[in-house]
Design a binder for this molecule. Structure first.
Ligand code: ATP
Ligand code: MG
Length: 160
């Protein structure tokens, strides 16, 4: 399969996959896919369930390794081993699925994994955590939201 959507101005793709293949055991999720995306484009991958849209996006974003084939980003080889490596060159993936932990506060969700930052004499200072989370919410225009509230009580669009 080959997909090439280009504008006249740009001849070097921003991101390119070359004969990219991915197998999950006996399942061939991607078979030698050549995808080219040029700077300034917004493209949509449309295909039936299981056609490989998430798989190719995940490989580009470093969440999954390819089975074979290669990628180039701005003309350079692109083979991220982790999402962090992909993020370092400016590639990220925003997923539709819920990316939070239910049953805990907004502040605790923001600081998941880095709670020790707020440790005081062996305890996590909720007050300090809520204060810092409040500042973050403020900076993204959600200053009216109480960071101490259960994330489950937030409406869906604010949760995302
Ligand atoms: N982690 C996995 N383990 C095994 N098989 C997988 C895995 N992820 C995807 N697959 C298989 O790879 C193929 C492509 O799946 P993929 O999720 O990329 O499709 P999709 O186009 O994103 O589908 P949808 O429209 O449902 O999101 C499917 O056959 C799927 O079952
Ligand atoms: Mg998908």
């Amino acid at each position: 399969m080959s997909i090439d959507v280009r504008t006249e101005k740009e001849n070097q793709p921003m991101i390119e996959t070359l004969a990219l293949s991915k197998r999950f055991g006996p399942t061939v999720a991607l078979h030698e896919v050549d995808l080219k995306v040029y700077g300034g484009q917004i493209i949509g991958l449309i295909g039936e369930n299981g056609s490989g849209k998430s798989t190719i996006s995940s490989i580009i974003a470093g969440m999954l390794p390819a089975t074979s084939g290669s990628m180039r980003y701005k003309g350079e080889p692109h083979a991220p081993r982790t999402m962090i490596e992909a993020g370092d060159v400016g590639i990220g993936m925003i997923v539709q699925e819920q990316g939070y932990v239910a049953g805990i506060s907004i502040a605790r969700n923001i600081f998941l994994g880095v709670e020790k930052k707020f440790r005081k004499v062996g305890f996590i200072s909720r007050k300090a955590m809520n204060r810092e989370a409040g500042g973050i919410l403020q900076s993204i225009g959600l200053g009216e939201i109480d960071p101490g509230m259960l994330i489950d009580d937030l409406n869906i669009q604010d949760r995302c």
